[in-house]
Design a protein around this ligand. Structure first.
Ligand SMILES: Nc1ncnc2c1ncn2[C@@H]1O[C@H](COP(=O)(O)OP(=O)(O)OP(=O)(O)O)[C@@H](O)[C@H]1O
Ligand SMILES: [Mg+2]
Length: 159
């Protein structure tokens, strides 16, 4: 599925669409929630930093089985200064966000960190003037590192 993103309302829309799509693919409620969070965080960034673009969710198969989804947030806005920094909690693409600016800026710098924790991989791709944050999300049943990530969350580990 593919949804155009240019306005904050589109973020709520894609959250619903992602859940519905997960249901079609046979995902359980918790899996659908994870897919919806990832899709809406990528969509929210497209609105805030990317001018306009779209989010695409594609099934990932192993033989007949759907083992996850690839969630891509495409936009044509300015490039990331440093993508790895941007994926750290409390950071933007230039470094740590000054706590004094938190209340006036457009977010807490937690979206990509959450996406990274929920997904197997998150990478930046480029296609001409368009760029894409591409997240690979896998179902619980296929060796997903659920326990490892739960441990990381519980211990405050920032990986
Ligand atoms: N599509 C994008 N294009 C350019 N820069 C981006 C894009 N998405 C994110 N960034 C940069 O990466 C930083 C981190 O993004 P992230 O989603 O983690 O945090 P945020 O959007 O600032 O806050 P939050 O997601 O918590 O509301 C952003 O502050 C911005 O500097
Ligand atoms: Mg964000």
């Amino acid at each position: 599925m593919r949804v155009a993103v240019s306005h904050a309302d589109d973020v709520a829309l894609i959250r619903c669409d992602a859940r519905t799509y997960g249901e079609l693919l046979g995902f359980c409620a918790e899996e659908r929630s994870e897919v919806a969070i990832v899709a809406s965080e990528l969509a929210s960034n497209v609105v805030k930093y990317g001018v306009s673009g779209h989010v695409e969710i594609l099934p990932v198969r192993s033989g007949e089985r759907v083992i996850g989804v690839k969630i891509d947030g495409w936009d044509v806005g300015p490039p990331f200064h440093d993508f790895d920094l941007a994926c750290l909690d409390g950071h933007d693409d230039l470094g740590r966000i000054d706590p004094a600016t938190m209340s006036t800026r457009k977010g807490f710098g937690g979206g990509l960190g959450a996406v990274r924790r929920l997904c197997e991989s998150v990478r930046l791709e480029q296609n001409g003037s368009a760029k894409c944050v591409s997240a690979l999300w896998l179902r619980y049943a296929v060796g997903k590192r659920v326990e490892e990530r739960r441990y990381a969350r519980a211990s405050g580990d920032q990986r």
